[in-house]
Design a protein around this ligand. Sequence first.
Ligand code: SF4
Length: 116
Amino acid sequence: MTRTMTCIVCPLGCQISVTAGEASGYTCLRGKAWAEQEATRPVRTLTTTVMLLGGEYPLLPVRTQQPVPKGKLMDCMDHANSLRVEAPVKAGQVICPDLAGTGVSLIAARTANKRP
Ligand code: SF4
């Protein structure tokens, strides 16, 4: 079975086909690696927000430290929605060390100070 997809690694958007795990139609090796992974084990970096308690903003932007399996994104969102973090928070601080059992950390995407 052949799967054809548009590469999202750069704006060129090459059409890449993957047959039996082997990619064709790519222009560079980054696209080849992306397509082969996308066809076999798609992953995404999750970016969202969590509730910030006592902070200068009500929500703290967060992201996963590494990409998580695409099929676990909704579980990761549910877990992130259940989290509450107390200000102050530094950018890069681990908010959750194992998001939805993926083994991937959720980290703060920005610094948030306490509400003045
Ligand atoms: S294959 Fe390479 S050049 Fe083509 S869209 Fe992907 S990253 Fe860009």
